[in-house]
Ligand binder design. Structure first.
Ligand code: OSB
Ligand code: MG
Length: 357
């Protein structure tokens, strides 16, 4: 699926997505999961191709033909496979959908959600010029989004933040470095303090939380970890050593809804707010992000935004829409709450594999 506009992080410019979907057939119920792995293993070790391999060769065979009381029971069956969390999440999340359908409950309720409106922010990629970025920010603010997050990297940081702050002194503004800095850049990172950012996301190495704790001590601005928080145990360790004051939860990055809820709960016990991150999802992943964002400690605007920011036509009906107040209303229907456009998915499908018993 081509993106309506390219999306550039400190590590790659994406112009189109190859999206891996899992459809689960479960006693007459059809449930879906979206694997959020990128086209290349740049955000994490996983890619669409490694996820395909993990799903077809190990994960689907581990659950096909089995009986489940609860969706979370698959976690134990997936455990022998190290890593491959985005692949695991695609199937686990589909199982949660199936469980919600079977119990005739909205997915968000099954997850323990309470919020009926979720606050939305946007993530704006690196642009070809500061002028282009200014136009994008103006459009998203006019649309009502409550928080603007800018992608940064060495060379696209201080001067850019400076100009955005000069134009919009009071908006909720944050930045995301996707691991583009090292401890040699401490002075640059400290200089971000004058921009009054809500947070600086994952400034250092993607697998680190120890050196982030050293950095956090030297910054006024809150650090938010994304890439580094791969499971609840790491989240707990990061909070115990003071690596960050905010956590971004991505259900794919942590291996599925069970682990995402666990991280949410740990953060809540520590008084640490969380928000839901995004991975340029199509509608299935997007609707799962909405469901997760209803849990009570999702108190900051997330990166869950309208379908039309990314897609000319999304694969769900209706598409995700955002109110002029920058919120998404959570659907009341059973399951994900958005219908899947099966014909469109069929048209877009280039590869398919069925695993049955
Ligand atoms: O770090 O949050 C990130 C997109 C791809 C990979 C990593 C990230 C992102 C985003 C986009 O920031 C968020 C979205 O889906 O809108
Ligand atoms: Mg991030």
């Amino acid at each position: 699926m081509p993106l309506v506009h390219f999306f550039e992080t400190s590590f790659v410019r994406t112009t189109e997505r190859r999206i891996l979907l899992a459809e689960l057939h479960c006693e007459g119920i059809s449930a879906w999961g979206e694997c959020v792995a990128g086209e290349n293993p740049f955000y994490s070790e996983e890619s669409v191709d490694t996820a395909w391999y993990a799903l077809v060769r190990y994960l689907a065979p581990a659950i096909v033909g089995k009986q489940f009381e609860r969706a979370c029971e698959c976690v134990r069956l997936f455990a022998p496979l190290r890593g491959h969390r985005m692949a695991k999440a695609a199937l686990e999340n589909a199982l949660w959908e199936a469980e919600a359908m079977e119990r005739n409950l909205p997915l968000w309720k099954l997850l323990g959600g309470t919020l009926r409106e979720i606050p939305c922010g946007v993530s704006i990629g690196i642009q070809d010029s500061v002028e282009q970025l200014r136009e994008k920010v103006a459009i998203e603010l006019a649309a009502g989004y409550q928080r603007i997050k800018l992608k940064v990297k060495p060379g696209w940081d201080v001067a850019v933040l400076e100009q955005m702050r000069r134009r919009w002194p009071d908006i909720l503004l944050s930045c995301d470095a996707n691991s583009a800095y090292t401890l040699d850049d401490v002075e640059t990172l400290k200089s971000f303090d004058r921009f009054q950012l809500l947070m600086i996301e994952q400034p250092l190495w993607s697998d680190d939380f120890y050196f982030h704790a050293q950095l956090q001590k030297q910054l006024q601005t809150a650090i938010c970890l994304d890439e580094a928080i791969v499971n609840a145990r790491v989240a707990q360790a990061a909070l115990e050593v003071g690596s960050c004051r905010i956590i971004n939860i991505k259900v794919g990055r942590v291996g599925g809804f069970s682990e995402a809820v666990r991280i949410h709960d740990i953060c809540r016990q520590h008084g640490i707010p969380v928000w839901c991150g995004g991975m340029l999802e199509a509608g299935i992943g997007r609707s799962h992000n909405i469901a997760l964002s209803t849990l009570p400690n999702f108190s900051l605007p997330g990166d869950v935004s309208a379908s039309k920011r990314y897609w000319a036509e999304d694969i769900i009906d209706p598409p995700v829409e955002v109110s002029p107040q920058g919120t998404i209303s959570v659907p009341d229907k059973a399951g994900r709450g958005f219908a899947v456009k099966r014909e469109l998915i069929e048209e877009l499908t280039t590869r398919r594999e069925t695993v049955s018993c």
